[in-house]
Design a protein around this ligand. Structure first.
Ligand code: GDP
Length: 304
């Protein structure tokens, strides 16, 4: 029988991209992962072999800045419970998601897997970042003490169809798509936060799912592994692609009273490239096109 894989956050941006029948999605309505008993019940009900742990309280710059207490508590509880309960229930293999937010604010670029703990994270998302860093600590400790083949991945900014398009708390791409849509429909300005100069590395949710599946089956190093195209693009350029794809002809307004966040956080993807030299990342234009088509078709039912 094929391995049964539990996918926490199974209906989210990344979780919903694991399509094979032996990948079993868990939704937040089925279990409150902050509660240990709920987590234990999942493993008692079905005998899983592995876990892909995508669930978490996540948000963009706004969500992180304005909800630090909640982001800390929810994430530290969810991760601690899922990893410990998996161990107790004999789960052999697990992948958990970190984020490039975990890296120190002041660090020599590019970001590599060995630099996570070298200094405090950026103030805008420090509570979330510290909670996430602890998954790395927990997983390394479990590997050392219990010999478990658990590991973490560090994706850069993920985007894709099944995102949360919340304008205040969402990540930049889904927020911009939603704002551009409203500006086009209502004939208003399309408002962007900050200067548009910050640089980010975006990766398509479907690429993340493929790479994570590979990591689950094949990756055995102690360190996390960065999942990234290592191609930087400015927010301004992203705005250009979105306005083109959404056929927006109105006024774009740069709201300088809103934060820029970290200026850049370039990552070094050589580890994953060495393992998978032929992997083809989805070009940003193609991924955005697919995402926007999905958004426009499903406006009434998407998270927003
Ligand atoms: P980050 O990579 O953790 O900072 O998260 P985001 O995905 O939220 O990206 C934030 C970057 O996008 C910052 O440079 C923001 O100034 C810029 N940005 C521009 N407009 C928006 C917006 O409407 N929402 C968000 N979240 N960011 C925006």
């Amino acid at each position: 029988m094929e391995n049964k894989v539990l996918v926490t956050g199974g209906y989210g941006l990344v979780g919903s991209e694991f399509k094979k029948p032996n990948f079993i999605p868990l939704s937040s309505s089925e279990a409150d992962l902050r509660i240990r008993e709920d987590v234990d019940n999942i493993f008692k009900t079905i005998k899983f072999d592995s876990v892909i742990h995508c669930a978490g309280k996540v948000g963009g710059l706004g969500g992180n800045m304005y909800n630090k207490g909640q982001f800390f508590y929810d994430n530290i509880m969810i991760n601690t419970n899922v990893i410990e309960s998996a161990r107790v229930h004999g789960i052999k293999n697990l992948v958990a998601f970190l984020s490039t937010c975990v890296f120190p604010d002041k660090v020599e670029y590019p970001l590599t897997e060995s630099k996570i703990h070298l200094g405090p994270p950026h103030f805008s998302n420090d509570a979330y970042a510290y909670a996430k860093r602890m998954s790395d600590v927990q997983i390394r400790a479990y590997k050392e003490q219990y010999g478990l083949n658990y590991k973490t991945v560090i994706p850069t900014n993920i985007y894709g169809p099944n995102d949360n398009y919340d304008i205040i708390n969402g990540h930049v791409i889904p927020s911009l798509i939603h704002k551009c849509y409203l500006a086009r429909e209502n004939n208003t300005d399309f408002e962007i936060w900050g200067s548009g100069n910050p640089l980010r590395e975006f990766i398509f949710s479907k690429d993340i799912a493929k790479l994570t599946e590979w990591v689950l089956d094949n990756y055995e190093e102690n360190e996390p592994i960065i999942l990234s195209t290592s191609e930087e693009i400015s927010i301004k350029e992203v705005v250009g692609v979105i306005t083109e794809l959404m056929n927006f002809k109105g006024n774009v307004r740069w709201n300088m009273s809103k934060p820029d966040g970290q200026f850049r956080k370039p990552s070094d993807n050589s580890k994953i490239k060495n393992y998978l030299p032929d992997f083809k990342f989805t070009p940003l234009y193609d991924g955005l096109k697919e995402t926007i088509e999905y958004f426009e078709k499903n406006y009434n039912i998407i998270r927003k």
